[in-house]
Design a protein around this ligand. Sequence first.
Ligand code: CP3
Length: 336
Amino acid sequence: MTNLKNILVNKISCKSVWFMRQAGRYLPEFRKIRKENKDFIKLCLNSELSSEITLQPIKRFNLDSAIIFSDILMVPYALGQNITFEKNKGPKLSEFKSDTLINNKKENFSQKLSPVYRAIEITRDKLEKNKSLICFIGAPWTLAIYMLGLKKDDNNLDLDKYNSNKRQINKIIEELNMFLCAHIENQINAGADVVQIFDSWAGLIPSNDVKNFCYTPNKRIVDFCKRKKIPTICFPKGLKENYEAFNNFVKPDGINLDSILDPLWAKKKLKNVVFQGGLNPKILLKKNEDILELARKYLKTFKDIPYIFNLGHGLLPETDPVKVEMLVNFYRNHNE
Ligand code: CP3
């Protein structure tokens, strides 16, 4: 059994490190490919290049796990929404038609995403056997944010839009479940061994709705994965003290901490779950000693329990790969 999977399933302690957004924006070798491939969605559908990009950080840093190069927005794409990226504004999706989901058949959906599954097959073939290959999805709420354009440019929730679209949000969240489960199963069948569920905008949900729009849809997906024996890592970013209720209700195998959570609080309150991440990715823009001080804090907090070393959000585009290498070397040699 591979490393990460073993930690999640058997709750054992052993060294393991990977980074969210490790394949991408901050790596010169990625930027070179990206320059020659202006259409991001097409790049995600190029199985050979996706696999190559997935393996770039493994070659550079010898990380323990690879995460497949793809995007959470490949699901809305496969369901028929058009996706464009405007510089510094993030992704823009074409208007959501209320029959977008209903008119889709699971088979057509899977067919449209088959290059992603092919990329996983190619990568699994090339990846050392003791390394894990992580696949991922966006949680229904986070996808709904993009599919319905519920976020303002300042990254706050557009409350008017939210309140007037409640029925549609409910419907999308309900209907996405089937497609997301199919996407996970297809990725696992292609050779991935763990799934990470990104609820990157969970922190924007008004507290009255957090159960409905975050806990329940995440639990449905985690329960599906449990039936299929697929290890899960949830990332309900920004939930603050609701991380505890989330963990008690959803019961994933692993949970990624964001950087605003106090790791000591998390250790005390979150039970029966493997911890991952937490370090603020901005720390990698600072001096080596600041980086190591923060790394030591997390390693000390979680030294006697299973802990997967990672960040509290993705690596920033302006990160110097030399700093990443320094941090990995420190982690490898850390013996306290
Ligand atoms: O190493 C990896 O993790 C690579 C695979 C990956 C990408 N996106 C590639 C990507 C993963 C796991 C994601 C997840 C993702 N995508 C999330 C959840 C994690 C998070 O960061 O919160 C979200 C919310 C998205 C949606 C998305 N895709 C946004 C907001 C953007 C634009 C801004 C940005 O983050 O770069 C993307 C584009 C995207 N996805 C890029 C990459 C490498 C940048 C493409 C480019 O312009 O070169």
